[in-house]
Ligand binder design. Structure first.
Ligand code: CP
Length: 359
């Protein structure tokens, strides 16, 4: 029997998520996947609740799937477009959030280009002693929890469609390749995938994977010096000396590489990341062509991986840069469409878990 563990009012980060919370999301999402396969794809779970999508930064997948998820749960939805809102007249973000609060919003789904905005609004909602839940739908370079949870569901449901669970990834090898420096998706995925016991290998050019990145996972351990292998660093593990919020009981297997080959060798899953050209404020790459030559995921490169390897990408994709166009469209390898499909069931699960205690 599966137990449900959920005490969260807000979801801002996966850094302190526990294994049973991941399993709660996975089994709840599996139930909603079944709902979505019915002729009537709707349940009354959040009837009467109001869910506001406050997206201060562009989005296709996240915004649409949160909206569809809310509608499938019978909630009323509000969509905010910054360009036609009173932000253009000087209203602040906090006053915008308080306006939605005054309209009776129960959950605010927030995306912003600056890290920390969803947390700031969550703190303000708590200070005002409201029961509004805040979901971080991507904040700057910080985190994108729902993307990592839908990635986790996509992978686990591929291994066991009936009972997707975290422990299925124990001893799997997962490579995360690309613009890790600017990726909130990578940061959230590192928390969830390492919590499963999987080996997670990050691969990127040094400019997009600085040594300091290791501090993200292990702030107190100095980054190991390069030794014999010019591109591979030893694994880093969290230790009990970390603050409790970083779940010290979980040993995390994280490897960093400045070349692709050691990350791809026998990998079960390869997660590619978009080159975030809009966030590159300095010359971090010689050219996109050279990047593709050295770090692009192609059919030939996958030959080094496990024979059943699958490729993921959070989207949007720069075709022919981080992944070759033909590979992206090849259902033998690509899980990109499944990720988008999983997104609705996973976001239904998250809204349901956050909202079901409110009514
Ligand atoms: N993966 C993702 O966040 O995509 P969108 O920017 O389209 O929401």
């Amino acid at each position: 029997m599966v137990t449900t563990t959920w005490n969260r009012h807000h979801v801002i980060s996966l850094a302190d998520f526990q294994p049973d919370e991941y399993d709660t999301v996975l089994h709840t999402a599996a139930s909603f996947r079944e709902v979505l396969s019915r002729r009537t794809k709707k349940v009354p779970a959040l009837q009467g609740q109001v869910i506001a999508n406050l997206f201060f930064e562009p989005s296709t997948r996240t915004r649409s799937s949160f909206e569809l998820a809310a509608k499938r749960l019978s909630a009323d939805t509000l969509n905010f477009a910054p360009g036609t809102s009173s932000l253009t007249k000087g209203e602040t973000i906090l006053d915008t959030a308080k306006t939605y609060l005054a309209m009776g919003t129960d959950i605010m789904v927030i995306r912003h280009r600056e890290a920390g905005v969803p947390l700031m609004i969550a703190n303000e909602m708590d200070r005002l002693e409201t029961r509004v839940g805040i979901f971080n739908a991507g904040d700057g370079l910080h985190e994108h929890p729902s993307q990592a949870l839908l990635d986790l569901f996509t992978i686990c449901a591929l291994i066991d469609p009936e009972k997707p669970r975290l422990s299925l990834l124990k001893d799997k090898k997962i490579a995360i390749v690309g613009d890790i420096l600017h990726s909130r998706v990578a940061r959230s995925n590192i928390w969830s995938l390492t919590a499963s016991g999987a080996e997670v290998h990050l691969a990127a050019p040094p400019t997009l994977l600085p040594k300091l990145f290791a501090d993200f996972v292990h702030p107190q351990q100095p980054f190991p010096d390069k030794k014999s292998n010019s591109s591979t660093f030893p694994s880093l593990s969290l230790t009990p000396s970390l603050p409790h919020s970083l779940t010290p009981s979980l040993p995390r297997k994280l490897f960093l590489h400045w070349s692709l080959e050691p990350a791809l060798q026998n990998a079960d899953f390869v997660m590619t990341l978009r080159l975030q050209k809009e966030r590159m404020t300095q010359h971090l790459l010689p050219s996109l062509r050279e990047y593709h030559q050295r770090y692009g995921i192609t059919r030939e490169r996958l030959e080094a991986c496990h024979p059943d390897v699958k490729v993921l990408h959070p989207g949007p994709v720069n075709r022919g840069v981080e992944i070759s166009s033909d590979l992206m469209d090849d259902p033998k390898f690509s899980l990109i469409s499944q990720q988008v499909t999983s997104g609705v069931a996973v976001r239904m699960a998250l809204l349901y878990l956050m909202g079901s205690g409110k009514s």
